[in-house]
Design a protein around this ligand. Structure first.
Ligand SMILES: [Zn+2]
Length: 472
């Protein structure tokens, strides 16, 4: 077989060197100075959009911005007229994964998506992503290295170590810790390897969680949790930084709950269904979370896929799934709708109300897709859906964009560098052919995604991964 000469060159040179020598077909704009003129700017800080703005990008940073005519445009600048278009911050999404569901007849199994997911994230405008639990830690680390080197298109990655779960973990790809010393050993091991966050998981008992949080904080790592044996109140009192899945994993209000009981979705959802959102029990809990600065991650896009009466994947999403996963997705989606469980519907709606209430109470609401489940919520498309659902829940479009940009940056401690359109920040920007402040679904009209001033072609990135989700 005769190999194409580019492939031979790639083998000889190594892909990183080749990337430096040849123009990357995914890149639409790569020039040191770019002026984006006549744009509508959504700043990511929750403020009303500004019309007729110029954003000057220089050497990867936002050098200046202001009304058209007020910003000096150097002769060397490439000028892009964005009349009718919007510039907004790149998304900072904080419940992401680099693995995805596989079709498996055996035990629960996830495949690493080191090819498709970084491209999908960037295609949708995600320029910073925190993974929230790893199953192939060394692949995650390697991917971060190649993305940071510019050899693979993808967002800036903030990596969470493999989940810290209790001994009864039902995920064979995880190590269930047997005691506090085991958990501490694991935290230190992954901190040494380069992970910056830890995630505690449903089966972890309170005493081991306490030791995990203390060890992680000692190493300067953040701790988030999808918790089950520990209530939200208990976790807040242990000093957890972040809770995942809005109020969907809250066991606090299950009648007769005893400390250490393992909660499950059925009991959690029944307690949400029965809950009066104005009740003092939930008000007190929200006040405690706000006071203790516990951020809450909304993951509505994944829950929607388990809720009857909701959307089916678009054709573009179906085309992105590997064919066997596409087929099993449609079967499962139909089954959920035929079953039509009223408790799931009620819990989903109640959780939306509570997330908005938490935001209005001054809580740090952040968002992510949690691309897991059975095929309905994947990287990229799922990020857009998560933001649309925050608007359906009751946030204004600019508030939902704030949650998905500057709030995420605040959580990760990178708000000084990214997450908003302000002079001095990284040029992590999305050019949208529409107005997401008026119609949030215009997010789906992303054209160019700038990361540190390099502009990627959104459509080409999406096209590069057709049929691959579920495989790689
Ligand atoms: Zn997750």
């Amino acid at each position: 077989m005769k190999l194409p000469s580019r492939l031979i060159a790639a083998v000889l040179l190594g892909t990183a060197q080749l990337a430096a020598q040849q123009p990357d077909p995914m890149i639409a704009v790569r020039t040191p100075v770019v002026a984006l003129t006549h744009a509508r700017v959504i700043d990511g800080l929750g403020r009303a959009p500004l019309e007729n703005q110029t954003v000057l990008v220089r050497d990867g940073k936002i050098a200046a911005l202001g009304a058209d005519g007020s910003v000096v445009i150097p002769d060397t600048a490439q000028i892009r007229d964005l009349t009718g278009k919007t510039v907004m911050p790149g998304l900072v999404m904080v419940h992401e994964h680099l693995f995805y569901s596989s079709i498996s007849k055996g035990p629960f199994h996830m495949n690493e998506m080191e090819f498709s997911f970084p491209r999908l994230y960037l295609a949708a405008g995600v320029t910073s992503a925190r993974t929230t639990g790893s199953l192939e830690p060394y692949t995650d680390l390697q991917l971060k290295t190649t993305v940071d080197a510019g050899a693979t298109p993808g967002p800036k990655l903030h990596l969470t170590a493999p989940y810290v779960d209790g001994p009864e973990t039902n995920i064979p790809q995880l190590h269930g810790v047997k005691d506090a010393a085991d958990a501490v050993r694991l935290v230190n091991y992954w901190a040494d390897a380069g992970f910056t966050s830890v995630k505690v998981y449903v089966n972890l008992p309170r005493d081991i969680m306490a030791a995990t949080i203390a060890a992680a904080h000692q190493r300067g790592m953040q701790v988030t949790g999808h918790i089950g044996r520990v209530s939200y109140r208990e976790a807040a009192e242990l000093g957890i930084d972040n809770l995942e899945h809005g109020f969907m994993a809250m066991s606090d209000l299950i009648p007769g709950r005893k400390e250490g009981d393992l909660s499950n979705a059925v009991n959690n959802y029944r307690s949400l269904e029965a809950l009066d959102p104005a009740a003092s029990a939930i008000n007190d809990l929200i006040q405690l979370l706000v006071r203790k600065h516990v951020a809450l991650t909304s993951t509505l896009a994944i829950f929607e896929t388990f809720t009857p009466g909701r959307r089916v994947c678009s054709q573009a999403e179906l085309d992105t799934l590997a064919p066997p996963l596409r087929e099993s997705y449609l079967t499962r989606w139909s089954a959920i709708n035929i079953q039509n469980n009223p408790t799931t519907k009620a819990a989903f709606a109640k959780n939306m109300q509570l997330e908005v209430k938490f935001f209005r109470a001054g809580g740090l609401l952040v968002t992510g897709t949690d691309p897991t489940g059975y095929g309905g919520c994947m990287a990229g498309y799922g990020n857009w859906r998560a933001i649309e659902l925050l608007v359906e829940a009751g946030l204004t479009p600019v508030e939902a964009i704030q949650v998905a940009t500057s709030n995420g940056a605040k959580l990760l401690g990178i708000a000084g560098e990214t997450g908003s359109v302000e002079a001095g920040k990284a040029a992590d920007l999305i050019v949208v052919n529409g107005d997401p402040a008026a119609n949030i679904s215009d997010l789906r009209k992303a054209e160019i995604v700038f990361k540190d001033g390099v502009g990627y072609d959104s459509k080409k990135l999406f096209d590069a991964v057709k049929g691959l989700v579920g495989i790689q």
